[in-house]
Design a protein around this ligand. Sequence first.
Ligand SMILES: [Zn+2]
Length: 67
Amino acid sequence: MEAICPECDAKVYFEFQPKKGQRVLCRNCKSILTVIRLAPLELDWAFIEPFEDLLSDDSKERTAWMG
Ligand SMILES: [Zn+2]
């Protein structure tokens, strides 16, 4: 699966099936992006969440007890 980075037009690859709202880091421009649509796969900028949220899909549960 791949999508286009809205910041730099680079292809952003997903190792796993993306989910709506999932965050992903563009490795080209380091923008933090979020999945806003699945078909077609579309990304937009993510603004609020900290960088650590990129580490895994279920990081919300983990940060709950880590932080
Ligand atoms: Zn980019």
